[in-house]
Ligand binder design. Structure first.
Ligand SMILES: [Zn+2]
Ligand SMILES: [Zn+2]
Length: 337
């Protein structure tokens, strides 16, 4: 907010300065034109980087929920019974990174892990980073990123849950989603059940999680085209854009409740509710494909958010308020079992 406002003030001030300077003969015509040109360019740059919202009218994102549902139901009797969450850390990110055009204030975010509970096993989705990587994340103060809290106790609970789980999944290869595996004291044990796709393993942003290089020597990543059934009630859905290895994760519980983990396609529900893509500057910083993201956000809005017939619950990775809402209504547990 402050950065965008600052740029606009500089544009307006330099434009006014040049006009007044020329009117009272303090500035020559070439100097005035140069200042007008530079302030105009800055103005356009501010619009392109911070304001421009790239959302198509019609989505080309190919996701057929009925196909996904049928895949998930293949073994109805063994569907998971419960979905739990665990907040490992909290922080704040600036509005202008999250949403094109900004928002009235910065966003309070959570870094959470999720536990899908079956009668005979558990599966973990998302493994936020340890304190060392979290502190590195908080160092990006120049971008307006702030740390709030790191819950060491919850990180240790997550580590125990990872050891007990049958599979470990992530929506994408960013450090705040897989850092808890890369920096785990049990990494050798965890990698045997961690299901990363070939796109996630080869994505250039995975290096920030600082996996030990030798881990990859005998690791076989998952290859799939559009959908992959990982377990009863759990379907992986390819959705590159936020990162090249991004995927959505569909979860269907035995009681009929359905969830769609969308990772960081929307950092906050505002991206879907108001059909606002991430800002261009945010896309550049994170190497995102804004066109793909735009089609995914349009699909999420049309097919789910704005569709009164659809009852699937969207789960973003960092929208703390929305997660707390799910806690309050008892849809997602607020601790691991
Ligand atoms: Zn991410
Ligand atoms: Zn994230």
């Amino acid at each position: 907010m402050r950065l965008r406002k600052g740029l606009r003030i500089v544009c307006a001030f330099s434009f006014l300065f040049s006009i007044v300077g020329f009117t009272f003969s303090y500035l020559s015509l070439p100097t005035t034109l140069l200042i007008v040109f530079l302030s105009g360019t800055l103005c356009l740059l501010e619009y392109f980087l911070f304001e421009r919202n790239v959302i198509p009218i019609v989505s080309n994102f190919a996701l057929d929920l009925e196909v996904v549902r049928n895949l998930a139901k293949s073994e109805q009797s063994q569907l998971p019974t419960q979905l739990n969450s665990l907040i490992v850390a909290e922080g704040e990110i600036p509005d202008w990174i999250v949403v094109a055009g900004g928002a009235p204030q910065n966003f309070h975010i959570s870094f959470a892990s999720f536990q899908v509970v079956f009668n005979d096993k558990t599966i973990i989705i998302e493994c936020p980073f340890n304190k060392v990587l979290y502190d590195k994340f908080c160092r990006f103060k120049v971008l307006g990123i702030k740390g709030k809290a790191f819950y060491e106790k919850n990180f240790n609970i997550m580590q125990k849950a990872l050891l007990e789980a049958d599979f470990i999944l992530t929506t994408h290869e960013h450090w705040d989603h897989i850092g808890g595996i890369a920096q785990s004291p049990h990494i050798d044990e965890l990698m045997k059940k961690t299901v990363l796709t070939s796109e996630q393993v080869s994505g250039h942003t995975i290096k920030m999680a600082e996996f030990p290089q030798e881990i990859w020597d005998d690791y076989i990543p998952l290859e799939y085209d559009r959908y992959h059934v990982l377990a009863p009630g759990i379907v992986l859905i390819k959705a590159p854009g936020h990162s090249c290895g991004s995927q959505m994760i569909f979860v269907q519980l035995k009681n009929g409740e359905e969830f769609l983990f969308i990772g960081d396609i929307a950092w906050n529900l505002i991206n879907i509710e108001q059909l606002k893509n991430h800002s261009r500057i945010g896309m550049l910083i994170r190497y995102e494909n804004g066109r793909f993201l735009g089609h995914q956000l349009r699909w999420l809005f049309d097919k789910i958010w704005n569709n009164p017939k659809e009852r699937i619950h969207l789960v973003t990775s960092h929208d703390l308020k929305h997660l707390e809402y799910y806690h309050r209504i008892g849809l997602i547990g607020d601790h691991f079992q």
